[in-house]
Write a protein that binds this ligand. Structure first.
Ligand code: AMP
Ligand code: FE
Ligand code: FE
Ligand code: ZN
Length: 285
């Protein structure tokens, strides 16, 4: 049996509804799956219910986008309540700011003579949260740019003409919010954050002070030597490890539940060890 502790549904930028994702995890033979949508807990109730119906363990979680002095990074919370009220409050505030930012970006584009409305952007995002990729898609569809990348270089990226920075949580704030909800908190895909192993170590030591429990050592894009380095680091720091594919469905078509691009394999013992760690902290699983 295998597990996958990092996946995305339609509650953020994945293509499968939470229940469909859980069903696919069950069909793939996984014994446990965590739903970790970006900056939302909206899919958790449906995923947990599907897990009960199908008889597969579903761990409710989320993945928060944060900044730290060292880098932008993602922080995973595992074993969240399905309605984490304090966290939801903070995320709602951020969502309001994100909405205001998208409106400003669209206004800037309109001033540049581009035919785009906020309504169009919202429609394109559907149920998910609106972001620059949706705006980029519209610019591409309407022929203002010849690639999504060009949308970012010319308009939406830090040097683009319609750029507007986003308000995000600091890593320390995110860890604190998640710990208050009783979550187990991991640094997501440490090598996707532009940090080297020494910098990952410093960040882990710093964020451990705020309660971060460990890091995601098993990950689709980590090479075997990176995985090994992270496992050794976690062991040296006496911190926990987790693992997941970062499954999104069609937005990342080469990534499959549990196995990533084929080479990923997350031992069941990872989950057992995390549960033992929670038990030692007096937390429920
Ligand atoms: P937002 O949350 O609205 O700031 O959008 C962030 C998303 O935009 C990222 O997750 C990427 O998917 C996408 N993105 C950011 N920069 C680029 C880029 N240079 N080229 C393509 N996509 C990008
Ligand atoms: Fe994503
Ligand atoms: Fe991530
Ligand atoms: Zn992710």
């Amino acid at each position: 049996m295998a597990i996958d502790l990092h996946t995305h549904s339609t509650a953020s930028d994945g293509s499968l509804r939470p229940a469909a994702l859980v069903q696919q995890a069950h069909e793939a033979g996984l014994s446990a799956v965590a739903l970790t949508d970006h900056d939302t807990s909206a899919g958790l109730e449906e995923a947990v219910q599907a897990g009960k119906d199908l008889g597969i363990e579903v761990i409710p979680g989320c993945e928060l986008s944060v900044v730290s002095p060292a880098a932008k990074m993602h922080i995973l919370g595992l074993w969240l309540p399905v309605k984490p009220l304090g966290l939801m409050d903070s995320l709602e505030k951020l969502n309001r700011l994100r909405h205001e930012r998208n409106v400003v970006i669209v206004e800037k584009l309109q001033k540049l003579g581009i035919d785009i409305t906020y309504e169009e952007v919202k429609e394109r995002a559907g149920e998910g949260s609106v972001g620059r990729p949706h705006i980029a898609g519209i610019l591409f569809d309407k022929g203002y740019v010849t690639s999504i990348q060009e949308s970012f270089t010319r308009f939406l990226g830090p040097r683009g003409k319609a750029y507007m920075p986003k308000t995000v949580l600091s890593a320390a704030e995110a860890v604190g919010l998640l710990k208050q909800e009783g979550a187990t908190v991991m640094m997501a895909h440490p090598f996707l954050n532009g940090l080297n192993l020494d910098q990952v170590a410093s960040e882990c030591i710093r964020l451990r002070e705020y309660g971060m429990d460990g890091l995601e050592a098993y990950y689709t894009e980590h090479s075997p030597s990176q995985q090994q380095g992270l496992l050794q680091l976690a062991s040296r720091l006496e911190m926990q490890v987790s693992g997941g594919s970062d499954f999104h469905g069609t937005p990342k078509p080469s990534i499959r539940l549990g196995v990533g691009k084929g080479g990923l394999s997350i031992p069941d013992s990872v989950l057992d060890t995390l549960k033992a760690h929670r038990a030692a902290q007096g937390l429920q699983v």
